[in-house]
Ligand binder design. Structure first.
Ligand code: C2E
Ligand code: MG
Ligand code: MG
Ligand code: MG
Length: 281
């Protein structure tokens, strides 16, 4: 079924747009097949204590390696959203992450808390609970990341969702914080545990006094609300140093580790605090 055929404006779409629609349609079909065949991998990016660099968590990030090369989340998530595949994808990811946690437990390995990104479709608590039961997962084993955009858009619905998870003892965090125009008033009533400051605020720490001031206020707000504050996309020792001095609790970024496969995460955990360029500068 060509989605464009139902569109009355179809004849006015130029050739390159038509190609794009066809490409997206094809990608959506491949995506559906890949979900069915379990063709995705989960990678894990450590979240480390900004003071002693111990690994306190890891974010699960979806990876799709195909015979024609890797397709990035940026590419396939856009298509998944357009073709209504996000619910399926969320459930797929949660199930797969829980499988990993369960398999580690049977080997007597306790993974750090695994953060799972969920889409703006908000996977219902009963779906999560069924998957928790299936894989014998405890609330402490994982947390859910929702985007700040969602909070700005659907206040009441999101709050009910977050409250339900809180009541069940499941942690939640706000991803890409600072990019989504959520008001302070809303933030104050939100039942979340963690703020993840968006990478765009981290990028210019060295050159921009203004960005440093903004970061200080975001960290201050997080502290006032008794939330754990994490900085995403930390790439340089200078950024890390500033964040550590400013009281940011957790750091996630290429400086410490890129997203890695599970065996690599396990060896990082076994090696203790991550050693990196910090010591050499
Ligand atoms: P996000 O949740 O904000 O994840 C962080 C992204 O930043 C990841 O990109 C990660 O690889 C990248 N990153 C981390 N540290 C650094 C750094 O120091 N430098 C740079 N340049 N990049 C860094 P990725 O894996 O390509 O994912 C992109 C986005 O796709 C994610 O942003 C998230 O919104 C979405 N996503 C990824 N996996 C899933 C998933 O399983 N489910 C859902 N719903 N969304 C996902
Ligand atoms: Mg995330
Ligand atoms: Mg993020
Ligand atoms: Mg981001």
């Amino acid at each position: 079924r060509d989605p464009a055929s139902s569109n009355q404006d179809f004849y006015f779409i130029n050739q390159s747009n038509k190609d794009k629609i066809r490409d997206e349609f094809e990608l959506a079909q491949r995506l559906q097949l890949a979900l069915k065949n379990d063709d995705f991998e989960i990678y894990f990016q450590p979240q480390v204590n900004s003071v002693d660099q111990s690994i306190l968590g890891a974010e699960a990030l979806l990876r799709w390696f195909t015979p024609d090369g890797q397709i990035s989340p940026g590419e396939f998530l856009t298509v998944a959203e357009k073709y209504n595949l996000m619910n399926k994808l969320d459930e797929y990811v949660v199930n797969k992450v829980f499988e990993h946690i369960h398999r580690a437990k049977t080997r007597r390995i306790q993974l750090p808390r695994i953060a799972i990104n969920i889409s703006d479709q908000l996977i219902p608590l009963n779906v999560i609970e069924a998957l928790m039961a299936k894989h014998n997962i405890q609330p402490d084993d994982f947390e859910l990341e929702i985007t700040e955009k969602l909070i700005a858009a659907h206040d009441d619905e999101t709050n009910l969702f977050l409250q339900a998870f809180k009541d069940r003892g499941i942690h939640t965090s706000i991803d890409d914080f600072g990019t989504g125009y959520s008001s302070l008033a809303r933030l104050r009533h939100l039942k979340v545990n963690k703020l993840k400051i968006d990478k765009s605020f981290i990028d210019h720490i060295k050159s921009s006094l203004q960005d440093r001031e903004i970061l200080l206020s975001i960290i201050g707000i997080g502290k006032a609300l008794k939330l754990t504050v994490l900085a995403e996309g930390v790439e340089t020792p200078c950024q890390w140093e500033f964040l550590q001095r400013s009281g940011c609790d957790l750091i996630q970024g290429f400086l410490f580790s890129k997203p890695v496969d599970l065996p690599t995460l396990l060896s990082l955990l076994a090696a203790g605090p991550v050693h990196n360029a910090l010591e050499t500068e």
